[in-house]
Design a protein around this ligand. Sequence first.
Ligand code: MN
Length: 191
Amino acid sequence: MNFELPKLPYALDALSPYLGEKTLEFHYGKHHNAYVNNLTGLVRGTKFENAKLEQIIKEAEGGIYNNGAQVWNHTFYFFGFSPDGKREPLGEMADAINKSFGSFDQFKEKFSKAAATLFGSGWVWLVKKDNSSLEIIQESNAGNPLRSGLKPILTCDVWEHAYYLDYQNRRPDYINAFWNILDWDVISSRF
Ligand code: MN
């Protein structure tokens, strides 16, 4: 099968208490998995049947785009976490954050605000532009910056299904917790 749910590099309870086991059971085990299954059904008999997700994100429309982007986005999101990673940017990544935002704290504040104020469901992204500078962008629904030619570095899922079991309506509490589980070894390697 072309599209599969990737196995996470940590146990479902490993990010607790920041993201609980029930959240991972549903968000990864049900939602992420459903996007994989939906996509598999939708591409059958189309030109995207054997396509890479990146091609789907750049070229597809409607349900194929939405489900393909959601598969990619969730894999990218979940693989940015670890129970015991480096919690601050490293090397060139740290330099680029300081250059674009002033400091890591100022970056966190700006990214958190973008995540808190995104209306409805969507994703907040840290992206790298062609000139190696960094930018924070908000995307609604399944939006993915690859479609605009930008390189994703970090993302935060602000759909309610990402935080409702742990934090109910308190999205800012989820965003505060998010910083405690990021693995900057992984994220810095994407820069
Ligand atoms: Mn999600």
